[in-house]
Design a protein around this ligand. Structure first.
Ligand SMILES: Nc1ncnc2c1ncn2[C@@H]1O[C@H](COP(=O)(O)OP(=O)(O)OP(=O)(O)O)[C@@H](O)[C@H]1O
Length: 230
């Protein structure tokens, strides 16, 4: 489990996270949602240990973030992946040196499923193919927690659906996926837990299936209801 406890993050004058607390459960797909600039990326960076907290703590399976637990986390940021001059084969080779649990077989299997060859240079890939490669880089690290920041940003509906299918296919029971996205209808059917944030604060958390069955509400319906009052 990931425990986010009373976390505050201030960038110069902006309070990006304002005393926020929630838990991410094992074996679940958790979606962190909110409008632009409410702190979604900052939360993922905080969980990955990439930003220093001003207050509060984050525990990964009961332990504070340290070099020891980095292997448990794979963070896929919303920016272009590194080393644009490398081709895919070289990128995978780099990853295998850098990440101790890197699964090259899985990386190539996913690449084959995406119908991409490993000789393509990263800088020459289309947005959709870059997004596909980023998903492979996240999943082939074999981390327990996979954090995906806006993985569908700027890509077409077909590639979004394909990536979602691939995520479900390659996620194991022991893994958890935490995802931020604005493409809610596409992920509606795969998400377990939903966390809404606004101005760095938690405004609502719920189970997507329960909301559907008990309240007859989709995630988008809930979002409209919650944010209308904010
Ligand atoms: N490095 C930074 N320096 C200063 N302010 C920052 C920095 N990173 C983020 N912020 C500010 O912190 C707030 C939260 O940003 P964050 O990127 O976490 O939001 P977000 O919900 O992911 O937004 P979006 O959906 O637009 O990607 C915003 O007001 C943003 O401008």
């Amino acid at each position: 489990m990931i425990e986010v406890k009373n976390v505050v993050k201030i960038y110069k004058r902006t309070k990006a996270l304002d005393n926020i607390s929630f838990n991410i459960h094992e074996g679940k797909i958790t979606c962190i949602l909110g409008t632009n600039g409410v702190g979604k990326s900052t939360i993922l960076k905080a969980i990955s240990g990439l930003v220093k907290l001003d207050k509060g703590e984050i525990l990964i399976d009961g332990e504070a973030i340290s070099n020891k637990i980095y292997d448990k986390l794979a963070f896929v940021p919303d920016i272009d992946i590194h080393f644009p001059q490398l081709n895919i084969k070289e990128t995978f080779e780099f990853m295998s040196v850098f990440y101790k649990h890197w699964n090259n077989e899985k990386a190539y299997e996913m690449l084959k499923n995406f119908n991409i060859t490993d000789d393509k240079k990263i800088s020459n890939l289309s947005k959709g193919n870059k997004a596909r490669i980023k998903i492979i880089l996240g999943f082939a690290q074999e981390s327990k927690y996979i954090l995906l920041d806006e993985p569908f940003s700027g890509i077409d509906i077909f590639k979004r659906e394909e990536i979602i299918k691939m995520m479900v296919r390659y996620m194991t029971d022991e893994q958890s996926i935490v995802i931020t996205t604005h493409e809610i209808p596409e992920i509606e059917m795969i998400v377990d837990d939903v966390i809404f944030i606004n101005n760095g604060k938690l405004v609502c958390e719920f189970n997507a299936e329960e909301a559907r069955e008990k309240e007859g509400m989709s995630i988008v319906d809930k979002m409209r209801e919650v944010y209308r009052d904010e």
